[in-house]
Design a protein around this ligand. Structure first.
Ligand code: NAP
Ligand code: MG
Length: 562
């Protein structure tokens, strides 16, 4: 549904005038007490939406929810194998060169085929994004926020279907899939509200005889390049954060999970997103990525993925192509080598539970996953015993079967890479649990625990991104903290301790973007835990925080002599 130009002008114009006037009238008081200027009325009023609340998770023990999920799995199964074209300026385009997306639990099952964009498609998508930008960028923050709120409502209605698709395409277990869908809803609810806040003028001082103001404007047409491991939440958060700020984008989904991306674009369209605002251009990152990132008309790149690709994109985007009129902004969220530290005062059972859950949830394929458990010598053997015991109890198999705690890893190359690390571990450390492939038919790997891993070994330093936990023995708390900080990453971390002085020390010295005390290091919630890492974990562009949308905007100041 295109936005008629007049409507856009009307909304954009009256919003800006009324917002300015209303904000002047109500100043701090209005905004701080939750009053909100309504653009079309011109007077401040209470905003008619509730404060942000995270989406509750589905309890699958409830027989009704269980039955709904079973039904959704059947409904999605009936749709497997469909083709998904490119979407450029709202139009569908099929290409012969296609991605076959398959079910990692059952590698013969095709989830869907997806057309791959060619360079000329990227050119056309940028042209469509540029055209759409003219109206969308001026449509007003509230207008754009409403599209997100509508999309969140629609996603809530289709929650079980999206979760079911994640089970097939990403190999997520039911609760992991549900968590991902809930987080996508959260991102849209949260960013919609943040955009409303940022639509108000920036507070400026009026010089005598002048009207001085400043406000945020979007950047332009950007590239959104998400990973496959939160195939809906991260893709959705990166896309909607950029567009609600007024930008238009080319969305290149990760190649293992493009069907979820295609479904999400359809959902946005059904929620009132005009054509050209999100253009869907799947393709191999290694083949089309450089063309997209290096294109002179791409204004910004929002990337989440590996350290290797993130560094490459950062460097490539820093170059200047013929005709390029800006320095590209790069937002890059990358990998981790996250640690849970346990001292001798900790609740050892809680620590073991947290370690196992954070190490093996979604088969360890989370940037926040616990891949190192660093335990002080005094309680090391006891914690190792409890971790190994719990790990051996984990069931593994097809993600569709809710009895399984773990599903498959994402693809054959991930499987090879992870098994390679397991082989290395067998030579250099002591195997406590797991240690190989779990079953045939899918990419199943046993949850694996190595003990007495050397902190500076490959197992202690490199991101494995699979169900492999390195347990590391520390002499004492000081040593544990030193080991925890001793990688080039800095994404998440946990400390289990009852000592206040240690918690306080870790608060400042444990150098990670997301630090947790006496709980696991996975499971960040939008709005509660602004998420993003330090050092080689990325640009710390805290998603789900009040700062996030500013990454996709720039401030303009206007002074008028009266
Ligand atoms: P990846 O291999 O780096 O890929 C990420 C995205 O980049 C994919 O869409 C990929 O496309 C694309 N890509 C690959 N090469 C490219 C190039 N030369 N130019 C442009 N784009 C290119 O990462 P992944 O395997 O999808 O995801 C796992 C990684 O993401 C892990 O390292 C994990 O820690 C990290 N991660 C970080 C966060 C965070 O918030 N910090 C969150 C989630 C995941 P193809 O799929 O077509 O190759
Ligand atoms: Mg990859």
């Amino acid at each position: 549904m295109p936005l008629p130009g007049e409507v856009v002008q009307y909304i954009g114009f009256s919003a800006s005038i009324a917002l300015r006037r209303a904000a002047r009238q109500s100043t701090q008081e209005g905004r701080r007490t939750g009053l909100w200027p309504r653009p079309l009325g011109g007077e401040p009023e209470t905003l008619l939406i509730d404060p942000y609340r995270p989406e509750p998770l589905v309890n699958f023990d409830d027989p009704q929810n269980h039955a709904r999920m079973e039904q959704a799995l059947e409904a999605v199964q009936a749709q497997l194998g469909k083709h998904y074209p490119l979407v450029i300026g709202g139009e569908r385009r099929e290409r012969k060169d296609q991605i076959r997306s398959y079910n990692p639990s059952m590698i013969d099952e095709t989830v869907g085929t997806v057309s791959k964009a060619e360079p000329s498609d990227i050119d056309d998508a940028i042209a469509a994004g540029t055209e759409a930008f003219r109206a969308w960028s001026r449509a007003g923050g509230e207008f754009r926020a409403r599209v997100l709120l509508k999309a969140a409502a629609n996603l809530r209605r289709e929650k079980f279907l999206f979760s079911a698709l994640e089970v097939y395409e990403a190999g997520k277990t039911w609760p992991e899939a549900d968590g991902d869908v809930a987080e996508a809803i959260d991102f849209m609810e949260y960013y919609a509200r943040q955009m409303m806040r940022l639509s108000a003028p920036v507070e400026t001082y009026n010089l005598p005889g002048e009207e001085d103001e400043a406000f945020y404007i979007p950047l332009g047409v950007g590239a959104i390049i998400p990973p496959w491991n939160f195939p809906l939440a991260i893709l959705c958060g990166m896309t909607t954060g950029a567009i609600v700020a007024g930008n238009t984008v080319l969305l290149k989904p990760a190649s293992p999970t493009p069907v979820i991306g295609a479904w999400f674009v359809r959902l946005l369209e059904e929620s009132g997103m005009p054509p050209g605002v999100v253009n869907f251009v799947p393709g191999d990152g290694s083949r089309i990525g450089d063309y997209l990132v290096g294109h002179p008309e791409i204004r910004f790149v929002s990337f989440t993925g590996s350290r290797e690709v993130g560094l490459h994109i950062n460097q490539h985007a820093a170059g200047h192509a013929d005709g390029q009129r800006w320095i590209k902004r790069v937002v890059a969220e990358m990998g981790g080598k996250d640690a849970i530290v346990v001292d001798e005062t900790a609740d050892l059972d809680a620590a073991a539970e947290g370690i196992v859950s954070a190490a093996f949830g979604f088969q360890g394929q989370k940037c926040s996953a616990c891949s190192r458990a660093i335990v002080v010598d005094e309680v090391y053997d006891e914690v190792a015993r409890r971790v190994a015991e719990r790990t051996k109890r984990l069931t593994i198999g097809a993600a569709k079967n809710p009895a399984n705690a773990l599903g498959p890893v994402i693809d054959a190359s991930a499987e090879r890479k992870i098994l390679g690390y397991i082989d290395q571990g067998k030579k250099s450390a002591q195997l406590l649990a797991g240690g190989g492939k779990a079953a045939d038919g899918g990419h199943f790997i046993q949850p694996t625990v190595f003990s007495d891993v050397a902190p500076d070994s490959a197992l202690g330093q490199e991101e494995i991104f699979g169900p492999v936990l390195a347990m590391i023995r520390a002499r004492n708390f000081d040593h544990a903290l030193e080991i925890a900080n001793g990688t080039e990453y800095g994404l998440t971390g946990s400390l289990y301790s009852k000592r206040r002085d240690r918690l306080e020390r870790a608060r400042y010295e444990f150098h990670v973007g997301n630090l947790y005390f006496n709980r696991k290091c996975t499971g960040a919630v939008v709005g509660a835990h602004p998420f993003g890492g330090f050092n080689m974990s990325g640009t710390d562009s805290k998603t789900g925080s009040p700062d996030y949308l500013l990454l996709f905007m720039q401030m303009k100041a206007v002074a008028e002599k009266l």
